[in-house]
Design a protein around this ligand. Sequence first.
Ligand SMILES: [Fe+2]
Length: 392
Amino acid sequence: MPVEVIEKNLDGNYDTHFYAGQDETGEDGVLRIAKDYREKVAYPDFLPSWDPRQKYPPIKFHKYEDPGLRADPNFPNLLNGKATLKPLTPKIGTKITGIQLTQLSDAAKDELALLIAQRGIVIFENQDFIDKGPGYAEEYGKHFGKLHIHQTSGAPEGYPHLHVTFRRPDRTEFGRVFSDKVTSTGFHTDVSYELQPASYTFFAQLEGPESGGDTLFADTIEAFDRLSPHFQDYLSTLHVIHSSKEQANNSKSQGGIQRRAPVTHIHPLIRVHPVLKKKSIYVNRSFSRKIVELKTPESNVLLDFLYNLVENSHDLQLRAKWEPRTVAVWDNRRLQHSASVDWEDAVTRHNVRITPHGERPVEDLKFYNDPTYYPHKDEDEEINVGGFRPKF
Ligand SMILES: [Fe+2]
């Protein structure tokens, strides 16, 4: 199989990349969505652009302070006598009505983080959040952690910390998605290849189809709990290589940019959540590549089993529907998610994501925020360990 086909299968997320031949390159070298589309959108300030002059150094380790650990567990500031909570499934998901995100105090934001950790995802409808513009969204997200800058995706001009997904109102958009696939389903956790991947992640819909374009979420804590204790113990000894290389090449092949050199990091296969103190399965089909301790055929079988467990267990999943001005916030450490490209009309689907870094994933909380933590003894110089030496 040609390399580009393999890479397309691994991360063919065409909603985040520049597409040469359909989008435009300005005289300043900045890549933008074509003028025809720019003139039709409801929120032009949030349109994606790709500036090839943006170059960032490797992301270094930083201490992460989880806002959920600061929260009052009774949620007095978040609920404030006005909010109503409705569970969306018994396992995960809560819808909050009666409050605006824009009215939350810092204490209420901490409590929101705790609620997101506990329920996996919290959904707010009819919010004025996006009406405040990209600068507001960026500032808001900083409360939850240092914001991630994506290596390749589109961002509003001047706001590199925001990640925009934009499906053009064009039938060819669907053709690209299915050109070498039989389904748009692709479960993953965002940027798991980073040293400190995403934690509390905001995703707001600006525009979208009347129906369709739902996002599927799956709970990897519940998936772990389904396994037998003996198997859980074995999995808890393993570590996994995650890579951003294929996503970077996928962007490049479409004429896109690369803001940072691709990275490879090793994370524990089973990570422990710092707020919940619970274990979850931390592998995903988009970015996990190999279990370090196993031979490739063994690793493939085991990873496939875990992917299938998470993806096929509808009794630990939730299907989120979007309206313009819906904002969902989920914990990327415990939930996997997948887009679904299932609508027929040539309409714009436009969303913005805010992606705070979380802690470096650890198999034991004794390593939480420990800059000397190294999850596996490996002499392979290809592996970027974030500048840290093994402690063994
Ligand atoms: Fe994603």
